[in-house]
Ligand binder design. Sequence first.
Ligand code: PLP
Ligand code: COI
Length: 339
Amino acid sequence: MNGIDWPNLSFGYMKTDYNVRSYYKDGKWSTPTETTSENIDIHMAATCLHYGQEAFEGLKAFKGKDGKIRIFRMRDNALRMQASCRGIMMAELPVEVFEETVTKAVKLNERFVPPYESGASLYIRPLLIGTSAQVGVKPANEYLFLVFVTPVGPYFKEGFKPTPVAILRGFDRAAPLGTGTIKIGGNYAASLTAGHIAHEKGYSAVLYLDAKEKKYLDECGPANFFGIKNNTYITPLSSSILPSITNNSLMQLAEDMGIKVERRQVAEDELATFEEAGQVGTAAVISPILRVDDIDENKSYIISKDGNAGPISTKLYNKLRGIQLGDEPDTHNWVTILE
Ligand code: PLP
Ligand code: COI
């Protein structure tokens, strides 16, 4: 169908049939409506273009063995987008409008939801931007919320095979009291140079240290970090990282499996003690880490001795995918099944 090579999709943009939009004007959000246009027409002085009034989300829909489409933790993404809006003074989008727009975008593009066996999924990208003109540094009065979807394969081409990540001490992604905890474009702009350098050197991502002390692990460019040792799932607590919904899910699943969970500061040195580690996020799912190189300090922490994902990462990955696909019971009510 569609002539799409589902099993070999990469993580990229593919045109689909529709996107869905809601406009904020005079204090109200409009009823979400679909369009086939891939373009947006906004004022040249729109605040999103000048002052970074832009937030986005990322979530996924999956087709199950039963042919049903499941959206994973949509409400949590809606709530996080509200936090992003508050963070940069944009009009807050009601959860119901978020859910209605996402649902509509998925249904209208149903033929792009990858089949169960393909290993691919439908990536959903909600976007909220300030559209009205300001020249002084002030929030806009008008906003656009838009949802497009695109079928995707793994974010890192290696998929579930461990990849090396780099610590680059010359770069910070977010400040402790800055915008690292919300999902706004500026954070990603701030990560582009370091990300490019890391990719050029053969790393899948940058593992950022906390910006203040340069001692504790923060997160990776597009994903949170976790490490495993002594049957314990350990993930950094920090005021400059994104509260990942995938990481939150994995902490819950680990606990369900009888694995201890610790959310606390993780000093870089502790990398030497981890039996397994990974990057976690909607796009990354779980991407196991092979090795962490602190390039400026000339230090290397080998995580995967045999080049394969470890047993706990594998168990967590299978459980998470199982719930997303509907193969495992959705005991935490994370999944919305489309009617
Ligand atoms: N951290 C960053 C910087 C991200 O961009 C993402 C992706 O959304 C994550 C973590 C993972 O968050 P989530 O699991 O909610 O997708
Ligand atoms: C996601 O995992 O949804 C992300 O937003 C990460 C990246 C594509 C920016």
